[in-house]
Design a protein around this ligand. Sequence first.
Ligand SMILES: Nc1ncnc2c1ncn2[C@@H]1O[C@H](COP(=O)(O)OP(=O)(O)OP(=O)(O)O)[C@@H](O)[C@H]1O
Ligand SMILES: [Mg+2]
Length: 278
Amino acid sequence: MPIRAIEFVRKLRGGAQAHLMKAEDGHFYAVKFQNNPQGRRVLVNEWIAHAIFEQLRVASAKVMAIEVTADFLAAHPDISMRNHTGVYRPEAGWHFGSRLAGDPNRLGFYDYVPDQLLKEVVNVRDFLGALVIDRWLANADVRQAIFFRAKIKPWAPSVEVHAAKVGFVAMMIDHGYSFGGEHWRFDDAAGYGLYHRPVVYREVTSAASFEPWLGQVMHFPESVLEAARHSIPPQWVAGEDDVLDRLLHTLVQRRRKLPELLALSSSYHTKPFENWQG
Ligand SMILES: Nc1ncnc2c1ncn2[C@@H]1O[C@H](COP(=O)(O)OP(=O)(O)OP(=O)(O)O)[C@@H](O)[C@H]1O
Ligand SMILES: [Mg+2]
């Protein structure tokens, strides 16, 4: 069930023209509307991708269906989007929310951090897991993450540190272009899914460097995909159930291509894996 938006904070950057809102659960969400300029399907893509990130324990923003009521929209005339024909408004209904890991008035969230800091991100290995997932889902975008300071333990359980110790963590966001965004197809270009800073892939030498995630995808429980598919707010899928089912069927079939797809990433002209031996 969705939770209601109770406060509009500000507009966010990006092609989907998300809006930052506080919801009745006390959390803040980057909300992408059903009629966002990237299309309704990106909401479905975000939802499915999130379930996969969660199953593989790669840090990713929690997701929620956010109800935006007609009264709320009437009270906030600034909530609007823009396309080539001009300004338009979302409709009341259930939209997609990507949860912030804290209150943005108290905690700093950074879209980019310098390489020196990236090296110190406690869960920097999660970028390897993210690439496995992005290649599997044919995310037709570059990888995006948000950085902030937090207690290390919940974000990097295998790191031996005191429970109270704080560090810089990365959380993956924006999976909207999985399945080619609104195209719902699997295009496998070399640059897709890569993070723009090669430093996160320093330890990559071959496809084996992407374990345990690679093996986990090969044995991915179809029940998790089923559960994700059936928890999508039905309005987001309306009329496209069969297409979505076929898409997910193809997804399961294409897992075996993953080692090849990771090798394709290595061939990208920016040479993202400086220590690649193949
Ligand atoms: N869960 C989150 N936590 C913190 N910030 C977030 C979160 N989700 C989104 N944001 C912020 O909102 C911005 C836009 O979100 P996002 O990248 O998902 O939207 P988009 O419109 O799909 O972007 P793009 O143009 O890259 O496709 C991000 O760059 C980030 O600053
Ligand atoms: Mg983005």
